[in-house]
Design a binder for this molecule. Structure first.
Ligand SMILES: Nc1ncnc2c1ncn2[C@@H]1O[C@H](COP(=O)(O)OP(=O)(O)O)[C@@H](O)[C@H]1O
Ligand SMILES: [Mg+2]
Length: 341
């Protein structure tokens, strides 16, 4: 049942229960022509879902109408077309997006951005299946399935008066919410494999890179994950993608994770106050299940310095900065721990 969607060019990758549910809905909605409203943060895959719905039974064209670009004096002609000479610069006749979607699917991306005057005109097209090109007195017909997408809370926009209530009801016949990637982390490995196959050449990730990517929250969702893979593939010469090649947002994330790990370790050392026998060396190095081993502070400090130097590829100024100490203090400690080269 799901295979048909996967055969299409716009594959919807994922194994999480949430994505499986989306795939089931895609299959159902693809077999009828009801209006669909796709909800979700930017980059969650709303356009892929829209295309997948169309591709279940691909009748007619799939036309994307980016409502966030519908600004300025030419927007009406973009949507509805114009006749020759209807305004300065209209040297020929133009077919608008609404007309080119006839018989197929029109995908209104970022519908919440459409200005109120165009909302009224769109409503008329949806109700009457009729529109008038700019400068024309003659009505033309266009009949299409509507899929709209937004990352806004349209019900709130209706209350504020920035989105027409009647248009909202027209579009919101069935709505489908695509969860942010941080709420379906099970999909991350499959998405990585998918984008490596698309953008990479036999590239693989180190365990550290994979772990960083799984624990990161991806505010830009799948789009950010795809960009991350493209970035690493572009800057890497070998086939193994290391954590040091991750984009800066993930580098920061990795650093925070490591700092937290060290704080937990230091905190355990300071706060645990174990009985005297716990201070024996045997106990010190035996980690409790799931907890880092408790090490002497000077050893942790030495490890943290080594780690920072490895991370910055030997750059002492950046290492000192990351460790939160001055450069002279770092030099002194390097000497103290006999790390100075
Ligand atoms: N589940 C998914 N499987 C495969 N690719 C995906 C998936 N979700 C998103 N993408 C990819 O991520 C990018 C952003 O998706 P898009 O549909 O444009 O997001 P949105 O419209 O919600 O902003 C696109 O390149 C798309 O191909
Ligand atoms: Mg989009």
């Amino acid at each position: 049942m799901l295979a048909q969607v996967e055969q299409s060019t716009h594959v919807l990758v994922g194994q999480s229960p949430r994505i499986k549910n989306v795939l089931r809905m895609v299959e159902k909605l693809g077999r009828c022509r009801w209006p669909v409203l796709l909800l979700g943060e930017t980059g969650t895959g709303k356009e892929v879902v829209a295309r997948s719905i169309h591709n279940v039974n691909p009748v007619g064209p799939f036309v994307t109408i980016d409502c966030s670009s519908m600004v300025g004096p030419l927007m009406e002609s973009e949507l509805f077309g114009h006749v020759k000479g209807s305004f300065t610069g209209a040297v020929g006749q133009k077919i608008g997006l609404i007309e080119s979607a006839d018989g197929g699917t029109a995908f209104f991306d970022e519908i919440g951005e459409l200005p109120l005057d165009l909302q009224a005109k769109l409503l008329r097209v949806l109700q009457e299946k009729e529109f008038r090109p700019v400068g024309s007195l003659i009505h033309r017909r266009s009949d299409f399935r509507v899929i709209a997408a937004t990352n806004r809370d349209l019900a709130k926009e209706v209350e504020k008066g920035t989105f027409r209530r009647d248009l909202f009801y027209r579009l919101n016949v069935v709505n489908l919410r695509i969860a942010p990637l941080r709420d379906r982390k099970e999909d991350i490995p499959a998405l990585i494999a998918h984008f490596l196959a698309r953008h990479g050449r036999n590239h693989t990730l180190t365990q550290e890179t994979l772990e960083a990517m799984i624990s990161y929250d991806w505010p830009g969702n799948v789009r950010e994950l795809e960009n991350c893979i493209q970035h690493m593939v572009a800057i890497n010469s070998g086939p193994l993608l290391h954590a040091a090649e991750l984009p800066s947002m993930l580098q920061n994330h990795l650093l925070i994770k490591k700092t937290q790990y060290m704080t937990v370790a230091v905190g355990a050392h300071n706060l645990a106050k174990p009985p005297a026998e716990a201070f024996s060396h045997q106990h010190r190095d035996v980690p409790e299940a799931g907890r880092p081993p408790i090490l002497p502070l000077n050893q942790m400090e030495r490890n943290a310095i080594l780690h920072a130097l490895e991370y910055t590829k030997g750059d002492r100024a950046i290492a000192a900065n990351l460790l939160g100490i001055g450069r002279t203090t770092l030099y002194r400690k390097l000497k103290e721990y006999q790390l100075a080269v």
